[in-house]
Design a protein around this ligand. Structure first.
Ligand code: ADE
Length: 289
């Protein structure tokens, strides 16, 4: 069977969302069951190997399926602290997260990719959202909720695939709502009036916890629907619509993530991948390992 331990630290992780529950094309080197003070993560962590594009040496990355191996966890049931703490405990300092999103703008077509640069938090405060509690006080900066250095690499990789049918929007305002119900038409229009580009239920508290854990984090979004603002009730988002577009464009989603991993595994990005620039955000990271 597959190994259940892995001795080397793994610095790069992918958190897969709906429609990206695995990363075929990589060799499964180990499957880790990690426990944390915040419970078990959404799925075992797969350690995947692939040859570095520059040296040919195998590089290892971690893959975690946000909704579980069989999509059994709804957005509000995800143990985000366990996910982030588990990844951090195996050495992860850079996360590329993937998410299906609704589009709030005409020009963001279903199957387009968006690399968001801002978030508005519309979760309801009912998900555990911080590692700082019980006497541990900490405030991290979140003015740029995504890692700007990582974002540049992600955008470059996305554009390199334009010839293969990847359509990419370089920036975007992501609305993260509570769910699991989709928005009302009034809410959808409110978010449009705020300048929202896309909407999901998964970016938070994931991105906040990653920042607290001093992990560089960027989300790649793929539009699967126009939520409910655009057409009549017949055209409103539903789960089948989300799944169908994800499935239809999963090859591009995997290509995109694969290209980012190839790039990040180059020697020149070591400092970025190790998130040296985030050190000191959290003085109690030891409590997580
Ligand atoms: N995920 C995919 N489409 C969505 C939508 N319209 N609203 C919230 N989350 C989504």
């Amino acid at each position: 069977g597959v190994a259940s331990t892995y001795d080397e630290p793994v610095h790069i992780a992918v958190i897969g969302g709906t429609g990206l529950q695995s990363l075929p094309g990589f060799t499964l080197a180990a499957s880790l069951k990690v426990d944390t003070p915040w419970g078990e993560p959404s799925s075992p962590i797969s350690i995947l190997h692939h040859p570095s594009p520059s040296t040919g040496k195998p590089i290892s990355i971690a893959f975690l399926s946000r909704h579980g191996l069989h999509h059994e966890l709804a957005p509000h049931e995800i143990k985000n602290r366990a996910n982030i703490a588990a990844l951090r405990s195996i050495g992860v300092r850079t996360i590329v997260a993937f998410s299906a999103v609704g589009s709030l703008q005409e020009e963001v077509h279903p199957r387009d990719f968006v690399v968001p640069d801002q978030i508005i938090d519309r979760t309801k405060g009912i998900r555990p959202f911080t590692f700082f509690e019980d006497g541990m006080v900490g405030h991290v900066g979140f003015g740029d909720p995504f890692d700007t250095g990582l974002a540049k690499i992600v955008r470059r990789c996305g554009h390199s695939l334009e010839g293969e049918g990847v359509r990419l929007h370089d920036t975007g305002l992501l609305i993260c709502m509570e769910g699991p119900q989709f928005s009302t038409r009034a809410e959808s229009n409110l978010y449009r009036s705020w300048g929202g580009s896309v909407i999901n239920m998964s970016a938070l508290p994931e991105a906040k916890l990653a920042r607290e854990a001093e992990i560089a984090y960027q989300m790649i979004c793929m539009a699967t629907d126009y939520d409910c603002w655009r057409g009549g009730p017949d055209e409103d988002v539903n789960v089948e619509m989300v799944m169908a577009h994800m499935k239809a464009n999963s090859v591009n989603a995997r290509r995109f993530v694969g290209a980012v991993l190839d790039e990040l595994s180059k020697e020149e990005h070591t400092q970025l991948v190790l998130a040296k620039h985030l050190e000191g955000q959290m003085r109690f990271a030891g409590a997580m390992t």
